[in-house]
Design a protein around this ligand. Structure first.
Ligand code: NDP
Length: 332
């Protein structure tokens, strides 16, 4: 099945030796709910899918604790367990799930080439991109220290655990204001920590935020650190006083939410398929089709609106069906 291949170049133009070539019908890149659902459908449609899991097998959900809003789990389920279940289901129908990272692609020909770990090339008739998005963090040491102990980048996932408590959201865009609005419906008080003196969010979201009684906007504040005994009990902020310098402010909170944006993991595909300014892959509305025939995208890498496990799973199903139809028409 494998044969030696010539030298190729990676992004830094360094010579990299690709040692193997493998031909597959359906390659799935990424292993969150979108990728696994695509795998379940593709495997059951006899596409013999091969999946490369990427850097974070299971995707973003493996970084959350309890998932309570995915249908079918009345008692809730932890993110890692749910991803293991999805993986087992994909493997049960014959998906070949492998460790490895797609590092480069060439979608210029009829057969789509995907480099794995810069060494192996998979030549795929169809490619399903399910590489997800990565929430941005501020880069504070305390974000790591309190991971799973009060720091979250997903209000819809984790907000429920802060019912009746005080929390803070960082950011001034649509993500942050949506998170703040969602949390305001659950929590006693929500601080919105905004680094400038205006919001970047759309006017409607800015107005809603300003008119919500239990949201307090902390203008011109930046986060210096978090404190608490094992879990978050508060944040230390720095307020910009302009010419008068700055002032340190402490707030007492149980939850610290990041809302400073997500970065879709689409960089390696951007040369061949359309992405928006932020990097979200553009698909034909109502489908998973990218502008390259035989290449489909699903999940958070193409969704700047919903970003939920269940919507990602739904779009993974669409991608597998689109891939199956593409192959049937091509081989008819
Ligand atoms: P944005 O880039 O629009 O906003 C990011 C916000 O985070 C800005 O207020 C920015 O501040 C702030 N920020 C960034 N880095 C830092 C930092 N290091 N410290 C403090 N604050 C920081 O990202 P969003 O995720 O909010 O939105 C991305 C896109 O998705 C937008 O086009 C948005 O409209 C869209 N979206 C749409 C939704 C909807 O329609 N339902 C929901 C969510 C997003 P500053 O303004 O100073 O740069």
């Amino acid at each position: 099945m494998f044969k030696p291949l010539n030298i190729n170049k990676n992004e830094e133009n360094k010579a990299v030796e690709a040692t193997e070539v493998e031909k597959v019908k359906c390659l799935i890149v990424g292993s969150g709910p979108a990728g696994y659902t695509a795998a379940i459908y593709a495997a059951r449609a006899n596409l013999s899918p091969v999946m490369y899991e990427g850097l974070q097998p299971g995707g973003q959900l493996t970084t959350t604790t309890e998932v309570e809003n995915y249908p079918g789990y009345p008692e809730g389920v932890t993110g890692p367990v749910m991803m293991e279940d999805l993986k087992k289901q994909a493997e049960r129908f014959g998906t070949d799930v492998r460790w490895g990272m797609a590092t480069k692609v060439d979608f210029s020909g009829d057969v789509h080439k995907v480099w794995i770990d810069d060494t192996k090339i998979v030549e795929a008739e169809t490619v399903i991109i399910a590489t997800g998005a990565t929430a941005k963090y501020l880069g504070l040491e305390d974000e790591t220290k309190y991971a799973g102990g009060g720091v979250s980048a997903c209000a819809t996932c984790d907000g429920f655990f802060y019912k009746g408590k005080d929390v803070a959201v960082v950011g001034g865009g649509d993500t942050a204001t949506e998170e703040a609005m969602y949390l305001a419906g659950l929590c006693k008080k929500v601080y919105l920590i905004v680094r400038r003196d205006e919001l970047r969010a759309s006017k409607v979201m800015a107005d809603r935020t300003a008119n919500t009684a239990n949201i307090e906007i902390l203008w011109k504040h930046q986060t210096k650190g978090l404190f608490g005994d094992g879990v978050v009990e508060g944040a230390i902020l720095v307020k910009n006083l302009g010419e008068e310098g700055e002032e340190e402010v402490k707030i007492e909170i149980d939850g610290f939410f990041l809302g400073i944006g997500h970065k879709p993991n689409s960089d390696i595909f951007a040369e061949y398929i359309d992405t928006d300014d932020v990097g979200y892959i553009q698909t034909t509305p109502g489908t998973s089709k990218t502008k390259v025939s035989g290449v489909f995208a699903c999940g958070d890498v193409q969704d700047d609106q919903y970003r939920q496990a269940v919507t990602a799973a739904g779009s993974g199903c669409m991608a597998a069906i689109d891939a199956e139809r593409y192959l049937s028409e091509k081989n008819a």
